[in-house]
Design a protein around this ligand. Structure first.
Ligand code: NAP
Length: 523
C-alpha cells in the first residue's frame, strides 16, 4: 500500500469552516466571510443537486474560494445526507479529489477506503463518527487508522457530559504522538470544550461554523468566537490549560480576556470554557486533561468551595469560591470578588471610613461585604428578603436591614449586588430601588456590567453621585484570578483586560440605550 499524501497544512491546528449549503450561490456568499479561517470544508451531501455534480462545478468551487477547499460527501450511514450507492459516491469523491481540492474526507468504514488511499493523489481525511458516547470499538478504529496511515485522521463520538470526551482526546494525543496528524473530539453541546481541548493538544483541524446558527454538527464553535475571543490560532501544542466552569457560560467575557492576556504576555496557556451542569463530569474532564486552575461561576461556586482541600479567608467566610487552583492533587479555593469590590471602591474614595450599603444578599454581596468589613468599613446589607440579609450579614460581620433603610440616607457608598438592571433578563431597564432615595452625595457602584451604564448608574449620575461601573470590579476580579492561575508576579494586566472587554461591551451599550429609551421600572 502506498502512503496517502502528507497532510500539507503543517503541525499547527488549522481552523476549518464547515459549510453545508443548498446550492453553489449560497456557498459563494459564504466564501466572502471567512476572515480568520485557514480552510473550508464543503459538505457536498448538503447540496440539493448533489447527484448532478460535475467535475466543472467542483473545480469552479475550488477556484472561487479564497481559501483551500476540501470536500466531504457524507453517506446516511455515517450521519450525512447522501442517499445512494457506494460506487456512485466513490466516483463523486474521486472527481472531487481530482478537482484541485485541498483534501477529501472518506469514511473509515467505507469498504473501498484502502484502495482509494492507494490511488488518489489528493490528501485524504479518513474519518469515523459515532452517535453514541464512549464507543467500545475506539481502540479497533485507532488501530485501523494506524494501518491505513491517511493524511489526517478524524474520530468523533458524541458527548452527553463533558468527560465523555476523554477517551477521544486520549486517542488523538496517541495518534499525534505517533506522527499521525489527527483530530479527535466529541460532538454535542457537552462536547464543545473537547473541540478546543483537541486544538490545544495539537489537533490538525478545529471545525468552525461560519456563523451562529450555521453549525454543521452540534457543538461547533462559530468562526468569530474561535478567532477573536478564544484566539485558537495562538495556541501551541502542549500549552498549559486553564479555563472557566459553570452553566450557562456562553456569554462570559472571561475566555476573551484571558486568552488575549496570555498571548499578549507570551504565556503558553490556553483558556478553555467547559460548560456542564454536573460538577463531577466537568471536574473529571479538567483533571483528566491536567488543567492548572479554573475560574468558577454559577452554579458551582458553593459546591467547589465545599470540595476544596484549602480555602482562602473569604471563601471560608462566605462559602463561595470563584477561582480554584489544582495543587498537589487537591483543590485550593479562592474568592477574588471581594478584593475586587474593595479595590474598585478604593480607587475612588477611602473605604475604611465609609458607611456602606450593600443591596442584595447573594454570593457577590457576601463576598463584597466581607471584604469591605475586613478593610474596616461600616457595612449594612439590605435585601428584599430580610432573612437572607441577616444570614449574609452574620457571615460577613456586617449589619442588616430591610431595603427601605436606604431611603433614610446616611450612606457614603451604595453598592448594587442584585442582578436588577441586567441586560437580557426581565430586570433589564429596572432599578433596584427608587432613584429618589439617593441624596446625590453617595458613591454608587453597580456590580452589573451588562450594560456598562445601568439604569441605576444613569439615575445616580443625574442626581450628582459619583458612579462606578461593574466593569471595574470585573477586570479586578479577573486580574486577581490571572495571578492565581499563572503565578505571574508582573503588574496586574488591568488596562489590558479593560482594552479587551470594552469593545465586547459596545453592542451591549447600544442595547442598553434602546432598553432605557423607555421608562425605568422599579423591581
Ligand atoms: P445571587 O447569588 O443570585 O444573588 C442575587 C441577590 O439579588 C439576592 O439577594 C436576591 O434577593 C437579589 N435579587 C434578585 N432579583 C431581585 C429583584 N428583582 N429585586 C430585588 N432583589 C433581587 O447573585 P450574585 O452571584 O450575588 O450576583 C449578583 C449580581 O452581581 C449579578 O448581576 C452578577 O452578574 C453581578 N456580579 C458582578 C461581578 C463583577 O465582576 N462585576 C462579579 C460577581 C457578580 P433574594 O435574596 O430576595 O432572592
Amino acid at each position: 500500500m502506498s502512503p496517502a499524501p502528507r497532510w500539507p497544512f503543517g503541525p499547527d491546528t488549522r481552523i476549518c469552516v464547515s459549510l453545508a449549503e443548498p446550492d453553489t450561490t449560497a456557498l459563494g456568499e459564504r466564501f466572502g466571510r471567512l476572515e480568520g479561517a485557514d480552510l473550508v470544508e464543503i459538505r457536498l451531501d448538503a447540496l440539493d443537486a448533489y447527484h448532478d455534480l460535475t467535475p466543472q462545478t467542483l473545480a469552479d468551487l475550488v477556484a472561487s474560494c479564497p481559501l483551500p477547499v476540501g470536500f466531504t460527501l457524507r453517506p446516511a450511514w455515517q450521519g450525512g445526507g447522501f442517499e445512494g450507492d457506494e460506487s456512485g459516491r466513490r466516483r463523486c469523491i474521486e472527481q472531487a479529489a481530482a478537482s484541485g481540492a485541498a483534501f477529501v474526507d472518506v469514511e473509515l468504514d467505507a469498504e473501498w477506503v484502502a484502495d482509494f488511499l492507494d490511488l488518489v493523489g489528493c490528501p485524504v481525511i479518513v474519518s469515523h463518527h459515532w452517535d453514541s458516547t464512549r464507543p467500545t470499538d475506539l481502540p479497533e478504529k485507532v488501530a485501523r487508522i494506524g494501518e491505513l496511515a491517511p493524511s489526517m485522521a478524524k474520530l468523533v463520538a458524541t458527548a452527553d457530559v463533558p468527560s465523555d470526551a476523554l477517551p477521544l482526546l486520549d486517542a488523538g494525543e496517541q495518534l499525534i504522538a505517533s506522527g499521525q496528524p489527527a483530530t479527535c473530539f466529541c460532538m454535542g453541546e457537552a462536547g464543545k470544550a473537547s473541540r478546543l481541548l483537541a486544538a490545544a493538544r495539537g489537533a490538525a483541524l478545529v471545525y468552525a461554523a461560519a456563523a451562529v446558527g450555521s453549525e454543521v454538527a452540534a457543538g461547533q464553535w462559530p468562526l468569530r468566537e474561535l478567532v477573536e475571543e478564544l484566539r485558537v490560532d495562538g495556541w501551541r501544542r502542549g500549552a498549559g490549560l486553564c479555563g472557566l466552569i459553570g452553566h450557562p457560560i456562553g456569554h462570559s467575557l472571561s475566555p476573551a480576556i484571558f486568552n488575549a492576556v496570555f498571548q499578549e504576555r507570551g504565556l503558553d496557556v490556553a483558556y478553555v470554557p467547559v460548560a456542564g451542569e454536573d460538577l463531577d463530569a466537568v471536574l473529571d474532564l479538567v483533571i483528566g486533561m491536567g488543567f492548572r486552575g479554573l475560574s468558577v461561576t454559577m452554579p458551582f461556586k458553593e459546591e467547589i468551595a465545599a470540595r476544596s482541600a484549602r480555602r482562602d479567608e473569604l471563601v471560608t467566610a462566605t462559602g463561595a469560591a470563584n477561582t480554584v487552583v489544582f495543587e498537589g492533587g487537591g483543590l485550593v479555593a479562592y474568592n477574588t470578588d471581594g478584593g475586587a469590590v474593595v479595590a474598585a471602591l478604593a480607587a475612588v474614595r477611602p473605604v475604611e471610613t465609609a458607611k456602606i450599603a450593600v443591596v442584595g444578599a447573594g454570593g457577590a454581596a457576601r463576598a463584597g461585604a466581607a471584604a469591605l468589613v475586613n478593610a474596616g468599613a461600616d457595612v449594612t446589607i439590605l435585601n428584599r428578603t430580610e432573612a437572607r440579609a441577616r444570614e449574609a450579614a452574620e457571615l460577613a460581620g456586617a449589619s442588616s436591614a430591610g431595603l427601605e433603610q436606604l431611603e433614610r440616607g446616611g450612606f457614603d457608598i451604595v453598592v448594587n449586588a442584585t442582578p436588577v438592571g441586567m441586560q437580557g433578563t426581565p430586570m433589564a431597564g429596572s432599578m433596584p430601588f427608587p432613584p429618589e432615595w439617593l441624596s446625590g452625595r453617595e458613591v454608587v457602584f453597580d456590580m452589573v456590567y451588562r450594560p456598562r451604564t445601568t439604569p441605576l448608574l444613569r439615575h445616580a449620575a443625574k442626581r450628582g453621585c459619583t458612579t462606578i461601573e461593574g466593569l471595574e470590579m470585573f477586570v479586578r476580579q479577573a486580574a486577581a484570578q490571572y495571578r492565581l492561575l499563572t503565578g505571574d508576579p508582573g503588574a496586574e494586566p488591568l488596562d489590558m483586560m479593560r482594552d479587551v472587554v470594552e469593545p465586547l461591551l459596545i453592542d451591549d451599550r447600544v442595547a442598553a440605550q434602546e432598553a432605557t429609551d423607555g421608562d425605568t421600572d422599579m423591581m
